[in-house]
Design a protein around this ligand. Structure first.
Ligand SMILES: [Zn+2]
Length: 288
């Protein structure tokens, strides 16, 4: 009940905030008020704003945490945040409304999830599957790329957002009735489900995954990490027997195809082997 109330408040915040950006013609005293504003709102369908994306992402994160428990290891969490934020600061979108936050899920499944807006989860199992800091950065760079590309938000069915904006448009000049709020809550919950199901069950489209890998290579190179760490990690997933597991392999295209895509797009970058070694020592210190 409390959760539902919180959700209701969240939705009101989101959609009321959203209504400020919609240009509605003057509809006062017009018999056709509703249909006119619906038409206006339909024309004014706009992308979900950064602030709305943040609220959607937060709700998706809360839902994920009802499935996977959070690993409470402060030292390791701080380390993952250090590496993740280094990559995020070198991404195309270094600042999001709520910032980037990295957290570890207490699960042996090899998996990672990027919630819209910048909350990124990585499982304990995935941390165990990477060999050094550069590979960890590679996995996080892939997730940061999903945030940059707004892949999570794009999983929301267009019809839901269209209807939400239409309700807001239709009620812009009056108070929200309980029916409107109930419908907006339903639309919000549906949107969270769309994103959640895409992250956990269905996965993104192949093109989104290949693009996330391609972009990750760029972010790694920019932030001083070795882009070939992504290639090494994927190659080891193939040979290391992890291919039988669910997790990231279930929701991503065939690892062999991802590896080929990564090899084709590998930037040439001269790496300082000494620095890689230092980072590997730091990785062992934090994960050991
Ligand atoms: Zn992905």
């Amino acid at each position: 009940m409390i959760r539902r109330l919180t959700l209701s408040l969240t939705i009101i915040v989101i959609f009321l905030y959203g209504c400020a950006g919609i240009q509605i013609e003057d509809i006062s005293g017009n018999m056709d008020m509703i249909s006119k504003s619906v038409r206006a709102a339909s024309k004014a369908i706009r992308p979900i704003s950064d602030k709305e994306e943040y609220y959607v992402g937060r709700a998706v994160a809360a839902k994920l945490l009802s499935v996977y428990p959070l690993l409470r290891n402060r030292r390791l969490t701080e380390y993952v945040n250090y590496v993740g934020r280094t990559v995020a600061m070198h991404s195309d979108k270094p600042f999001t409304f709520g910032g980037y936050h990295f957290a570890i899920l207490d699960s042996n499944e090899v998996n990672a999830f990027a919630c819209p807006g910048g909350i990124i989860f990585i499982t304990k199992g995935l941390i165990g599957a990477v060999r050094n800091e550069d590979e960890l950065a590679a996995v996080l760079a892939h997730e940061v790329a999903h945030v940059n590309h707004r892949d999570g938000i794009s999983a929301i069915k267009k019809a839901r957002w269209t209807e939400a904006v239409t309700i807001i448009g239709a009620t812009a000049a009056k108070r929200y009735g309980s029916h409107d709020i109930a419908r907006l809550v339903t639309l919000f919950e549906g949107s969270i489900d769309d994103v959640f199901r895409t992250l956990v069950v269905n996965g993104y489209g192949q093109r989104q995954e290949y693009n996330a890998d391609k972009t990750a290579l760029i972010y790694l190179a920019r932030s001083g990490y070795d882009p070939s760490a992504l290639k090494d990690f994927l190659a080891r997933l193939i040979t290391g027997g992890n291919a039988s597991g669910g997790g990231i392999l279930k929701t991503h295209p065939a690892t062999v195809d991802r590896l080929r895509n990564v090899e084709e797009n590998m930037p040439s970058k001269k790496m300082d082997k000494f620095l890689i070694k230092l980072r590997t020592q730091r990785f062992r210190g934090a994960t050991g």
